[in-house]
Design a binder for this molecule. Structure first.
Ligand code: ADP
Length: 448
C-alpha cells in the first residue's frame, strides 16, 4: 500500500479523497493555487504545495507543476478526483513515466473512452447497446442533412471531444440543421479545440441512467447498480438518486451484467461509469466516464462501500474487497448539488460565507469544503456542496432530504438550495415521474 498520495484537485472531492487516505493510514498531499491558500482541502491534508496562480490552466491543470509537487513531497500515487486532469490520457502517461501510480484506469482506456466516437464504437463491439446515429464524425452540412433524413428528425449534433453538455445542438428539421451543425462545430472548437461532431437520434423522453462499474485490472469486474440522473439543467445533473425509480431488479441485473462483462473483457481497472439514455425499456449508451463521478455517494450509501478506498486499493494492486454476490441494495439514496449560483439565472455567485451550518442526523451526509468565513474564489466550478440522504425507501429519503434542507445554512452568497425546496413540493419529483427534459420545462414555467 502507498504511504503518501497526492490529490490533484480541490474542493469537496479533494476532501473526499483525503478522508479515505486518513482512514487507510495514508498521508495526503494537497496541491493548491494561490487563490486556494486558505481552502479546506489545504487545511485538512497532511502537507500542501502551491502549484501556481489562480487560473486552472496554470495550476490544477498544470502537469509539470503537479509532477514537481509529487517529487518534492515523495508522494507515490496521484488521485485526480473528477474534472481537471482526471480524464487526460497524456497526464496519465506522464505520471507513469515518472514512476508514479495514477489512481484510475490506464491511459489507453481513458483515450478510448475520451473520444466519444471511439467510445461508441468500442461499446458496440463489447455488446453494449448504443444510440442510433452516424458511424463516426460528420464532415459537412450535406452529410449531416443526409443523416438527418436517414434516421429521421429530430437528431442531436454532438462534439466528439464533448463534455459538460457543451457542443451539443438539437436539429428538428433539415432547416434547423443549417444552424445546428455549424454552431455545434464552433462551440466544440471553442470548448475543446476540436470541431469534430457526430449525430445521434434525439430521444424525446428518456431518463439518464448510469451504471457504476469497478474492475480489478485483471479481468474481473462488478457493477454497483444504476443512478438515475435525469433531473438536469443544460445537460448538467442537479439531483441524482439510486436505485433508479423506474428500473426493475431484472433490468438492473441485465444491463449491469453487460457493463461489468464489457469492462472485465478489457481488463479495466478502478471505478467507471457507463452512461445510458433509457426509454421504453431500452438502454442506449451515450458515453463512459473513466473516473469517480460527482454523484458516487448515492451508490456508496445503498451498497455500503467506500469507492475511493476501493480505487486506492485497486491502484496498489490489491484485490477487490467485494464480489458481485456480496453487493446488495439497502434502501434509497438521493444527492443534490448545491452550487454558488443566483436563481433564476443560475449566474455564478462567488463571495464570502458569513455563516455555514451543515445538516446532520441519521442518514445525512454533507460533502463540502465550506466553512464559516471562507471566500469562494471566482475561478472554478460553482459546486460548493453535495447533500446526500439515505433512507430505508424512497419516501423516507425524500422526507429526510426535506428535513436536512431545513437545517442547512449557507449565508453570504446565493445558492441553488431554494430550487430543491421547490422541487420537493412537486408531485412528479415525489413519485419519480420525470425524464431528462422535465427540469428544463419546470424551470421555464416556474422560475423564468
Ligand atoms: P456530455 O459529455 O457533454 O455530458 P453526454 O453525451 O453525456 O454529454 O450527454 C449529456 C446529456 O445530454 C444527457 O444526459 C442527455 O440529457 C442529453 N443527451 C445526450 N445525447 C442525447 C440524445 N441522443 N437524445 C436526447 N438527449 C441527449
Amino acid at each position: 500500500m502507498f504511504d503518501k498520495i497526492l490529490i490533484a484537485n480541490r474542493g469537496e472531492i479533494a476532501l473526499r479523497v483525503i478522508r479515505a487516505c486518513r482512514e487507510m493510514g495514508i498521508k495526503s498531499v494537497a496541491v493548491h493555487s494561490t487563490a486556494d491558500a486558505d481552502a479546506m482541502h489545504v487545511r485538512m491534508a497532511d502537507e500542501s504545495v502551491c502549484i501556481g496562480p489562480p487560473s486552472g490552466t496554470q495550476s490544477y491543470l498544470s502537469i509539470p507543476a503537479i509532477i514537481s509537487a509529487c517529487e518534492i513531497t515523495g508522494a507515490q500515487a496521484i488521485h485526480p478526483g473528477y474534472g481537471f486532469l482526471s480524464e487526460n490520457a497524456t497526464f496519465v502517461q506522464v505520471v507513469e513515466d515518472h514512476q508514479i501510480t495514477f489512481i484510475g484506469p490506464s491511459a489507453e482506456h481513458i483515450r478510448v473512452m475520451g473520444d466519444k466516437i471511439t467510445a461508441k464504437e468500442t461499446a458496440r463491439n463489447l455488446g453494449i447497446p448504443v444510440v442510433p446515429g452516424s458511424d463516426g464524425g460528420v464532415p459537412d452540412l450535406a452529410s449531416a442533412k443526409a443523416i438527418g433524413e436517414e434516421f429521421g428528425y429530430p437528431v442531436i449534433v454532438k462534439a466528439t471531444a464533448g463534455g459538460g453538455g457543451r457542443g451539443m445542438k438539437l436539429a428538428r428539421s433539415a432547416e434547423e440543421m443549417e444552424t445546428a451543425f455549424p454552431s455545434a462545430r464552433s462551440e466544440a472548437k471553442a470548448a475543446f479545440g476540436n470541431d469534430e461532431v457526430y449525430i445521434e437520434k434525439y430521444l424525446g423522453k428518456p431518463r439518464h441512467i448510469e451504471i457504476q462499474v469497478f474492475g480489478d485490472g485483471r479481468g474481473h469486474a462488478v457493477h454497483l447498480g444504476e443512478r438515475d440522473c435525469s433531473l438536469q439543467r443544460r445537460h448538467q445533473k442537479v439531483f441524482e438518486e439510486a436505485p433508479g425509480p423506474s428500473i426493475t431488479a431484472e433490468e438492473r441485473a441485465r444491463i449491469g451484467k453487460i457493463c461489468a462483462e464489457a469492462v472485465a473483457r478489457i481488463n479495466y481497472i478502478g471505478a467507471g461509469t457507463v452512461e445510458f439514455l433509457y426509454e421504453d425499456g431500452e438502454f442506449y449508451f451515450i458515453e463512459m466516464n473513466t473516473r469517480l463521478q460527482v454523484e458516487h455517494p448515492v451508490t456508496e450509501a445503498i451498497f455500503g462501500v467506500d469507492l475511493v478506498r476501493e480505487q486506492i486499493r485497486a491502484a496498489a494492486g490489491e484485490t477487490m474487497s467485494f464480489a458481485q454476490e456480496d453487493l446488495s441494495i439497502n434502501g434509497h439514496a438521493i444527492e443534490i448539488r448545491i452550487n454558488a449560483e443566483k436563481l433564476p439565472s443560475f449566474s455564478p455567485s462567488p463571495g464570502t460565507i458569513s455563516q455555514y451550518h451543515a445538516p446532520g442526523g441519521l442518514g445525512v451526509r454533507m460533502d463540502s469544503a465550506l466553512y464559516d468565513g471562507y471566500s469562494i474564489p471566482p475561478y472554478y466550478d460553482s459546486l460548493i456542496g453535495k447533500l446526500i440522504v439515505h433512507g430505508r425507501d424512497r419516501p423516507e429519503a425524500l422526507a429526510r432530504l426535506g428535513r436536512a434542507l431545513s437545517e442547512i445554512i449557507v449565508d453570504g452568497i446565493d445558492t441553488t438550495i431554494p430550487l430543491f425546496n421547490a422541487l420537493l413540493a412537486e408531485e412528479d419529483v415525489l413519485t419519480g415521474n420525470y425524464d431528462i427534459h422535465w427540469l428544463e420545462h419546470w424551470l421555464d414555467e416556474n422560475l423564468a
